[in-house]
Design a protein around this ligand. Structure first.
Ligand code: PLP
Length: 424
């Protein structure tokens, strides 16, 4: 692949944007080399500034479940665009999107629209603190919840030390209010709650993590968390920014039959525009301003263009056949990968839920952050570049999910597999 123009642009971007990007993973740091500058997306393909075409397995990190430039979404966006871009006043489309979200998530009675997943998480946490009048939060190692201060925290050396900042600029005080526990370990939660359960405002989790690569919750784990949080009066927050409308129409909550108290959404619900939302029980959500004392606001929240794109996206996704097709594509990819990897003698683990998949270069089961980090990063790096040079755009990090879309055809999957065969 020729990528001369991308390389030139990256050098220029570095003069104006820190690290040449507006979001760190885009800089290809964990795989080395220069990122591609993308000009266009259509269906399952993206095109770079050098005129190369790739089968895209990133899908803008999740929002584009119908593929790039879906004609129905483009058409509604063009239509509403001609009426103006933002009013800072209520629009009917906010109600329509909220209705669709409520329909998918029976645990949600009221929704607040925001502009990103990070914002959804930040405000859900504040709501939980306001509601419980408690300060501390539990999160899990390897789960990512955006970059709000209280979530950029790593485990301390014990419960006594609580969390430690995981980024410069986070105060020790903020970190100390977050407790980080291992994923898939119910006993660790039980033990922590026995000690400090009555101080915990919220327990936040990616019910199916996608940010340490895809990891599946053990049987009974999520139900165990549901029971424990109920017992201690803790707000259970499911961060379904990735899994909402992806793992199923009703997200992981539909898949596992569990109701969270608060749910964070993003990505898909904006149809490719910057949107997030959080919602849940009236009793908690009615604490939000202007009804209650938990302050939360946004100049562009409920933006009419983003709402229209989100509404069209969710209307399309109401067709259950879509999830069957996504599952079929995911299964085809997984089966094909396994066949190639077994033939090659490569050590691997594949975790998948529907159209989300991660190939780890380790043969041990990947069930939490510790086991995910056993994957051979050097091998991934080589694999990534060979795939890219063979026309397949994978997430440029081992610890991310491959996102398939409705636009990925059997032929696309066959091309991905053909590239894997020569890249492994
Ligand atoms: N929560 C999860 C599970 C995510 O994967 C992400 C982003 O990838 C976020 C929250 C943050 O969303 P955003 O990047 O829109 O702020």
């Amino acid at each position: 692949m020729r990528t001369k123009r991308s390389e030139e642009l990256f050098k220029e971007a570095e003069r104006y944007l820190p690290g040449g990007v507006d979001s760190p993973v885009r800089a290809f740091k964990s795989v080395g080399g220069s990122p591609l500058f993308i000009t266009k997306g259509k269906g399952s393909k993206i095109f770079d500034v050098d005129g190369n075409k790739y089968i895209d397995c990133v899908g803008s990190w999740g929002p584009l479940i119908l593929g790039h430039s879906h004609p129905k979404i483009l058409s509604v966006v063009k239509k509403v665009l001609s009426d103006g871009t933002s009013f800072g006043a209520p629009c009917e489309s906010e109600i329509s999107l909220a209705k669709l979200i409520k329909e998918a998530f029976p645990s949600i009675e009221l929704v607040r629209m925001v502009n990103s997943g990070t914002e959804a998480v930040m405000s859900a946490i504040r709501s939980a603190r306001g509601y419980t009048k408690r300060d501390k939060i539990i999160k899990f190692e390897g789960c990512y919840h955006g970059h709000t201060d209280s979530m950029l925290v790593k485990a301390g050396s014990g419960l006594a030390t609580f969390g430690q900042p995981n980024s410069l600029g986070i105060t020790k005080g903020t970190a100390a209010d977050t407790i980080v526990l291992p994923f898939n370990d119910l006993e660790a939660v039980e033990k922590a709650l026995k000690e400090i359960g009555n101080d915990i405002a919220a327990l936040i989790i990616e019910p199916i993590p996608g940010n340490m690569g895809v990891v599946l919750p053990r049987a009974g784990y999520l139900q165990g968390l549901r029971d424990l949080t109920t017992k201690y009066g803790i707000v259970l927050i499911f961060d379904e920014v990735i899994t909402g409308f992806r793992a199923a129409f009703g997200g992981a909550q539909e898949l596992y039959g569990i109701k969270a108290d608060l749910t964070c959404l993003g990505k898909i619900i904006g149809g490719g525009f910057p949107v997030g939302a959080f919602g849940g029980e009236k009793e908690i959500m009615e604490n939000l301003a202007p009804l209650g004392g938990v302050y939360q606001a946004g100049t562009l929240s409920g933006n009419p263009i983003a709402m229209a794109a989100g509404i069209e996206m969710l209307k399309q996704l109401k067709n259950k056949k879509i999830y069957k097709k996504l599952e079929r594509s995911g299964q085809k990819l997984e089966t094909g990968l396994k066949k190639i990897l077994i033939e090659s003698g490569e050590k691997y683990t594949i975790n998948r839920v529907g159209s989300l998949l991660t190939l780890f270069f380790t043969e041990k089961p990947v069930v939490d952050y510790q086991s995910a980090s056993k994957s051979d990063a050097g091998k991934f790096k080589k694999f990534f570049w060979s795939m890219l040079n063979n026309g397949i755009y994978l997430p440029p990090s081992q610890y991310e999910a491959w996102f398939l879309s409705l636009a990925h055809s059997d032929q696309d999957i066959a091309k991905v597999l053909a590239a894997v065969k020569i890249s492994i």
